[in-house]
Every structure is written in C-alpha cells, then in structure tokens.
Write a new protein. Structure first.
Length: 650
C-alpha cells in the first residue's frame, strides 16, 4: 500500500501504467534498519550505563521472562525522579524508541500521563555545554497493567549534539512501575514531500496546485514532474515542477469527490520518487464562509480579513472585552473543548455554544482548538462527553460548530513531532470533509521540516521565539521555510516573557521582550508575506511569577504593536505580492495597498550595526520610526541590534 508518511523504507518495484513504462518506483512499505546498541537495555547488568535516581532499583526475576527489570516506586505524588541514559544516534535520522512497561496502582497525572519513556535532545551552547532543545514525551500507561510496549517514532534534530532516554512516572502521579527491554531502532525514510495547495483540498477553478520539496529543502534546478491519476475515471495528468510547484489542469471534471494518486517523477532517472493518495473535492461553486483566496488571504463572508489574535488558556467576557479594546479580532483558546461561561456549571457542548455566542456578539472570531483530539501525548483527548475516538469526536465537534458565525478556523496541530504527520494529515482531511467552510491551522517550531507538514493543515504557523537574544535569524529561517511550504502563514509572535516556564519562583527582575523587538519581529514576518498574527500568550502576561504591574505595562506594548500591524492591514491584505528588496543583515520589502500606494518594511536582523541603501525612485516617503533618511536621492536605513522602520508613501 502506498502511503505518504516520512518514516518509511524503500523497496524497488516496477510501474505498469503505459506512461510509466520503464520507471522504477519506491514501494513504501514500513521497514527498519539496525538497532542502536544500548549498554544495558534489559537491566541484566544491574543498570550499567543508566543514571538511577532515588526510587529506582534493579529487581531480579521481575522482568518479562523472569529476568531482571528496573523497578520504580513512588508513594508521594510530589516526588519526582527519572532513570536516564545517553544514546548514540545520527542527527536527522528517524528512530523508533520504546520500552516494555508493567504497572501497579499508577495514578494519572494532572497532565494525563503515567509510567512512560521519553527521548530528549540537546545542542552545544556557546560555552560548550549542552542546551536543551526539545523532547518527545509519551503518556504511557496508568492503573495496574501487565507488560505493555510503549513506543513512538521521532526524528533526531539535525543540530542535536546529545540524546538521552528517560524512564519515569509523570509528575503528580504515584504508584509502581517496572521497565524492561528498552529498544531504539533506526527507521528507513522517504524524505520527499508532495501535497496540494488548494484550500480544503477543493478544486474550484479546474486547477490543482501541488508543492514539492525534499527533506524540507527546495528542489529548484532538478528536472521533475508530478503525475496525477484519478481513480474514478482513470484520467492521467502530468506537469513540470517549476519553482517547487506543479500546476495540474483538470479540465471540466464533473463536481464531486475523487480519489487522486499523485507521484513525483524523475524522468531522467526513470524513477518514481514519492507517491501519495489525496482526496479531492471538485466544486466550481464553492464559496466558503471563511475562504482562502489565491493570494493566500483569509476572506470572511466575502471580505478580506486579517487575523489579529492571541492565544489564551480560557475565554470569558472580560477577556473578550480586553482583546477587542486592544484591536484584536480573534482568539485561540487552548481549552476550546471545555469552554464555559458559568464557572459553576460542568463543561458541556451547551456551554461552548454560549461562549461562542458571546464572542460573536462582541465581534470576536474564535480559532477553535482541537489539537489534543486523538493525540497520544500529554493532554491527549480520547473521549469527549461520551464520544470516543479521534474521528468520532471530530464529527461531533464539527457538527456542533461548523455553522456558528464566530468560528474562524480549526486549530489541529500544536508543534506535534514528525511521527504524527500521517495522523494529522488524516485529521485535516476529515475536518475538510466535515466542514468545507473553515480552514485547519497548525503551528510548528520544526522549521527545517516545515514543508513535510504541508499535508497536515490549510494554514501554517511558525513561532520563532524567545526574543531574549540579539538577533532574529531564527525568524528569518522560519519565514523562508514557510514561503517554501507555500501555505498561507498565520505567524505566532511572542507577547509575553516565556522565562516563566523555566522558573519555579517569582521573577524579581524579569527581562520582558522590548517593544522594539516585538514590533521588529512582526514587521519581519510581514516582509516575508505573513497573512495573520496570533500572539502568544495572554495569561502569561499575568503570571504570578511576574510583578503585579506587569500586565498593564506589557499589554500597552502589545496594543501598540497591534496598532502598527493595523496600519499595515491595507498593504498586507492587498492582491499585490510582497516584493523583497533586501535580505541578509537587513530585510526590506515593498508592499502595496489596493490603490497602488506603497510601504517599505525594513528590519535589522541583528546582531551589531547594520545599514542598507534603497533606491525607491521618485516617490515621496516618510519614516515612521526614524531609522531611515534620504540623501542624494537614495534612502539609507541604519540601525543597531534588532530594530525596524516603516516608510509610508505620501
């Protein structure tokens, strides 16, 4: 069976269709490579190579075959300890890691986890010490259960310098767990990406646009084609790949749903590089309530709409008023599945409707979060008000809200690892099928792999923070990858001090992001074509770890940055494409409003001083922030560190 999934192994085969005579293809059947050698995976050497914290012990006769096992006892939920070991793996490669686990009376943690295994990644810092990058944390098992294999597939970050495995019981839980036969095994991989750029995977104008990339990188300069075959009528179309895109003419295909198989072909080598099946809806009369037009703009009820919003934990009337007063027009509540107006009432679908009704009355759109539905990670939702299973929950929640006027989009991916791409793709397709009026949205920090996630949502987001450094190079890379992915971008700028997540006590002198940095980040993102801005995160501005006056001071900054974006709305939302004028130390771009008037967006990336000269012709401009001046007919921007300017045509 041919699948589009990254963690795959290639076996040569022969194509039989007439136009594929002589081509060899990769039969994407799951496969594995060699196992990683662990010092003591079964604890027969009394835990040699493992760092065992208090509560852990090697117990003879408790293993799966009456052999040794690692035992962990936690009677006090406030205790926390892990057993860990370093492993030698290849950066950029895919691995399945797992452990056999047995439990006795393991309670469920507040985050929904139990006894489990995790893999964590670090990179080398400037001082040579390892700095935490990220990790993959599985929910594991709870209660009293016999030996169960808990595992997942993960891609090792390309910049990882150290990788470790951890065995533990989640914080806030208690009980006894045994661990045995730990495994880490490399997986074969096909790194080609192929997906449609048609919103809702709907063909409305007889054309299907396909994005192509390899290992998250451009395929410019390679002689490639995309082949599409419609299962229902056998129709075959082929198109050249130009600038990482292929446009396929479908002609007058009758309205309806079709099963299309897409292939990436290398005609010179006579090979099929990748194949995937994508369901398409042909609907020439499609006019979604929330549409994504051919310019990547969000169109609500026929009018362009620039999403200016913020992530929140919950949503109540006072919060809505604060957001609207700040100029925001949408909100993404993490607890969407449990929204309620009455704190004394139990969570219910009826309470969600009340919150949505109130949001609509206040002119606030809601990006509804379903990110935890079907997830095996922390906070994963497998049952919702009596409805069990990912697909059943999606059908119920879309049935509840798809006609609601406050709904803007479905949030379905919150930085999920690449092992979840197949699940997220299926999830996105079901949302598109059940609700062709609202797009799906996902946010990622895996910038190097961004195009690989192209099949998982209609709109993509990046969150290149923290803003506590001296440059925006990560943001430049994130936006460059976003442009390669080709999907409309609703970016996630930092609004709060995220150091609260790494501190367990009150911050006496918090280093909040400066207004200059916040503004420069969003202007940089606008220069690279962002079509929406969803800030992160409202409640973090009110954290108990920050001074009491923190919210008032920092919210004033956010409001001014939002005002700057609103001043650019006619330019960001016009049909004219963004024109990059400069990249490198200084990023500059020309945007036009519907009347053809221009604004020049300029951002110094940092670190250090930087300047750029711009020849803008005879048009008259005024500098908004004073970093740019005109001399001898040429405009010169000069700045130090992260800073920015706007030149508005007069």
């Amino acid at each position: 069976m041919w699948k589009y999934i990254l963690i795959l192994f290639g076996l040569a085969g022969v194509c039989t269709a007439d136009d594929l005579q002589g081509y060899s293809r990769i039969d994407h059947k799951a496969g594995t490579s060699s196992k990683v050698m662990l010092t003591d995976p079964g604890f027969e050497k009394n835990g040699s190579g493992w760092e065992l914290k208090p509560g852990f012990s090697v117990e003879k006769g408790s293993g799966r075959s009456a052999t040794h096992a690692l035992k962990y006892v936690r009677n006090n939920r406030s205790d926390y300890a892990i057993a860990s070991t370093r492993i030698d793996v290849k950066p950029g490669a895919f691995y399945r890691f797992g452990s056999w686990i047995k439990t006795s009376g393991v309670t469920t943690s507040p985050q929904g986890g139990g006894a489990t295994i995790a893999m964590e990644f670090s990179k080398k810092g400037k001082d040579g010490r390892n700095i935490f990058l990220t990790g993959r944390y599985l929910r594991g098992i709870t209660g009293t259960k016999d030996w169960t294999f808990v595992s997942d597939v993960v891609r090792i970050p390309k910049n990882a310098s150290a990788v470790s495995l951890s065995l533990y019981i989640w914080k806030g839980a208690s009980g006894t767990a045994w661990f045995d036969d730990i495994t880490v095994q490399e997986q074969g991989a096909n790194l080609w990406s192929l997906y449609t750029l048609n919103p809702y995977q709907t063909v409305a104008d007889g054309k299907c646009t396909v994005a192509v990339s390899y290992d998250g990188k451009s395929v410019a300069g390679r002689d490639l084609e995309v082949r599409m075959q419609i299962k229902e009528n056998g129709m075959v179309r082929r198109a050249k790949v130009r600038e990482d895109r292929a446009e396929i003419e479908l002609g007058k295909l009758a309205p309806g749903r079709y099963d299309a198989e897409f292939m990436i072909l290398d005609p010179a080598k006579k090979t099929v590089c990748c194949s995937t099946r994508i369901p398409l809806l042909v609907n020439p009369s499609a006019h979604p309530a929330v549409a994504i037009d051919r310019f990547g703009r969000t169109v609500v009820n026929g009018r362009p709409f620039l999403p200016l919003g913020i992530f929140t934990a919950g949503l109540d009337s006072r919060t809505m008023d604060t957001l609207r007063e700040a100029g925001l027009n949408c909100v993404l509540p993490y607890s969407s599945m449990n929204l309620k107006l009455d704190n004394n009432a139990p969570a219910s679908p009826e309470q969600i409707i009340k919150v949505m009704d109130l949001a609509e009355s206040k002119g606030l759109k809601v990006i509804f979060s379903c990110k935890d539905v079907g997830s095996s990670a922390r906070y994963g939702v497998q049952e919702w008000h009596g409805t069990k299973g990912q697909d059943a929950i999606i059908r119920r929640i879309t049935g509840l809200l798809k006609e609601h006027p406050a709904l803007l989009a479905w949030y379905i991916n919150d930085e999920q690892p690449s092992s979840q791409i197949e699940r997220l793709t299926a999830m996105r397709r079901l949302f598109n099928q059940m609700d062709a009026n609202h797009p799906t949205y996902g946010v990622l920090y895996q910038y190097e792999d961004l195009p690989m996630y192209g099949s998982t949502s209609d709109i993509i987001g990046v969150d290149p923070y923290p803003l506590n450094g001296d440059n925006l190079k990560k943001a430049v890379y994130a936006m460059t990858q976003s442009r390669l992915a080709g999907l409309p971008a609703w970016v996630v700028p930092q609004a709060a001090n995220i150091s609260i997540y790494s501190s367990e006590k009150k911050l006496e002198n918090p280093q909040n992001p400066s207004e200059e940095k916040m503004r420069s980040l969003v202007l940089l993102e606008a220069a690279y074509g962002a079509r929406g801005f969803i800030f992160y995160k409202y409640e973090d501005l009110k954290s108990w770890k920050l001074p009491k006056d923190n919210f008032a001071k920092e919210w004033a900054k956010v409001k001014r940055v939002v005002a700057a974006l609103k001043s650019l709305e006619p330019y960001i939302m016009s049909e004219y494409p963004v024109e990059l004028l400069s990249e490198g130390e200084v990023v500059a771009a020309r945007l036009r409003n519907p009347d053809g008037k221009t604004v020049i967006v300029i951002c110094a990336v940092g670190p250090g001083t930087a300047s750029v000269k711009l020849n803008l012709g005879d048009r008259r401009y005024r500098s908004k922030y004073g970093y740019t001046s005109k001399q001898n007919g040429e405009w010169t921007f000069r700045g130090s560190g992260i800073c920015s300017d706007l030149l508005f045509e007069e």
